[in-house]
Design a protein. Structure first.
Length: 505
């Protein structure tokens, strides 16, 4: 071969290698991202994923309630920040909870407000324009917050792209059920329950009835409303809620198993957790000095982003103030080697921050997953949990002193923090890698767990068990009948009856 030929061959080889690299990279993909929940603790997680995707050179069209401040030209944002106002004006969950409002009542109100903001978000002119001009747009994948807000899933069908469901906390049972993750309600009760582990008999009944109620009454009602929204916005040919729920190609839940979120999951789903955690940034000087100077250390007290301080009632405010006043520790907000303890409502993102910074916790759960999170903190030995409704000044004071003074909590949380950092890649890189994987293979149907679509009675082989029980019952009945007949036959026999009579004498 001449040098010229060699050069051509090597040039072609280079081109192929380059092409392979580009394809392999999956970079420069067009991603549609939809995050409808107007809650900072949700959006902070989703923004981390979007930033990760932008860093890889992808183009992202994002609908969200908390737009990203960036001069990156590769992101187009539809600003839904007005949706926060819909929540603030229509519901105050913390207040309802302190008024001892029932979980079901709160859930129903929350679902009502959800429907309100879903309608408002769909009506945004930019969203309407995207739907009208769908023919001119092209995407490679849809990433969407995967709860029950099905109208947004319709964009996957509209653009004919794979759909990745993500959640900022653990997902609802229905989401797990769709892909085939284990959803056994007495082992993994819905996160709205106050109990999360070692359910007693009555809690198990409660958990099962709740699941039946959600699956057969609550959600069908919600889905009927969402079907109407889907039809209004996408026309009558668009699939309806149940089909759209089932359309999910890949599920990413933001829970870290080492924190105690352990459940058998299928290959079509992954658990992440700690998505929003970034390395600590330097503190503002005044705060840094304040923390450096603190002699006894600092307690960081925060009830998260969803609970407004105005919604903590007078009784509970007094408990907090009295408990903190009686301690020698200063109180303030932040992470620093002088921070001894984190008093938190037990939101998952707060918990993750504490674990990452090795600060043990006293959890005061209010709602939703916070009770379960509190249980996990206790179970992992990284703090204590006191339900808001059982809070007393003395109880809070003792819990604080115990967690600060007993060094086992600090040791446990250091160990857990290190365990969680020990992974092949950062959670956000994992989310990005799997997104590119789904793009490269146009879904992940090769991972689909088909039995997930079987009817429940078949999947749990209720029919087989019922049949075998029926056969067994029949056999026993038949045997009983035969024995009775045989006895009567013998009794009717003269010889036998005389024998019996003689014995009886
Ligand atoms: C925008 O995307 C292109 C590829 O689509 C990439 O080359 C470029 O670096 C990206 N810009 C930024 C600021 O990330
Ligand atoms: C629905 O689909 C049918 C068949 O593909 C088509 O004829 C009809 O025009 C569609 N209707 C709408 C409202 O898009």
């Amino acid at each position: 071969m001449g040098t010229a030929t060699l050069r051509v061959v090597s040039l072609i080889a280079t081109v192929f290698v380059l092409m392979a690299f580009v394809v392999e990279n999956g970079s420069g993909s067009r991603i549609l991202a939809i995050f409808p929940s107007p809650a900072n603790s949700h959006q902070i997680v989703f923004r981390a994923i979007v930033k990760g995707l932008l860093e890889r050179g992808h183009h992202v069209t994002m609908m969200g309630t908390d737009p990203i401040e960036t001069d990156n030209p590769n992101i187009t944002q539809i600003d839904w920040s007005f949706a926060h106002k819909i929540i603030v004006e229509n519901i105050d969950v913390a207040k309802l909870r302190q008024e001892n409002c029932k979980t079901l009542t709160i859930s129903k109100q929350l679902l009502h407000v959800t429907e309100m903001f879903v309608r408002a978000e769909m009506n945004h002119p930019d969203v309407q324009q995207l739907i009208r001009n769908a023919g001119d747009e092209q995407f490679d994948v849809l990433i969407v917050e995967y709860f029950q807000m099905t109208p947004f899933f319709a964009f996957a069908e509209l653009f004919n792209v794979p759909m990745i469901g993500v959640t900022s906390i653990d997902s609802i049972s229905q989401a797990h059920e769709v892909v085939g993750n284990v959803v056994n309600p007495v082992i993994h009760p819905e996160i709205s329950h106050k109990f999360s582990v070692n359910l007693n008999f009555f809690q198990r009944i409660d958990a099962l009835l709740t699941k039946i109620f959600i699956d057969h009454i609550l959600f069908p009602g919600e889905f009927a409303k969402y079907d109407e929204i889907i039809e209004q916005n996408f026309g009558s040919n668009m699939s309806k809620s149940y089909e759209l729920m089932n359309r999910v190609d890949f599920l990413m839940t933001n829970v870290e198993p080492a924190m105690g979120f352990i459940r058998p999951i299928v290959p079509q789903a992954i658990q992440l957790g700690f998505l929003h955690i970034e390395p600590p940034k330097p503190l503002p000087t005044d705060l840094q000095q304040y923390l450096d100077r603190s002699r006894h250390g600092v307690i960081y007290f925060s009830l998260g982003t969803l609970i407004r301080s105005s919604s903590v009632n007078a009784k509970n405010t007094k408990i907090f103030l009295d408990a903190f006043k009686s301690l020698k520790y200063d109180q303030d907000l932040l992470a620093h080697s002088n921070v001894k303890l984190f008093v938190t409502q037990g939101g998952q993102q707060s918990m993750e921050e504490a674990v990452d910074r090795h600060v043990p916790m006293v959890v005061i759960p209010f709602n939703f997953d916070q009770f379960g999170n509190g249980d996990k903190v206790v179970e992992r030995g990284i703090g204590k949990s006191i339900w808001m409704e059982r809070l007393t000044t003395d109880g809070l004071r003792q819990a604080i002193l115990e967690v600060i003074e007993n060094k086992k909590y600090k040791r446990n949380i250091e160990r857990l923090g290190k365990l969680i950092r020990d992974q092949p890649m950062r959670p956000v890189d994992k989310a990005v890698w799997w997104t590119e994987y789904v793009i490269r293979h146009q879904g992940a149907s090769h991972y689909r767990y088909k039995p997930a679509q079987m009817p429940a009675w078949q999947y749990h082989y209720y029919d087989v068990v019922a049949f075998l029980l029926a056969v067994t019952a029949l056999l026993i009945a038949a045997l009983g009948y035969a024995v009775r007949r045989f006895y009567r036959f013998l009794a009717g026999h003269r010889w036998f009856s005389t024998q019996v009579k003689q014995k009886a004498l």
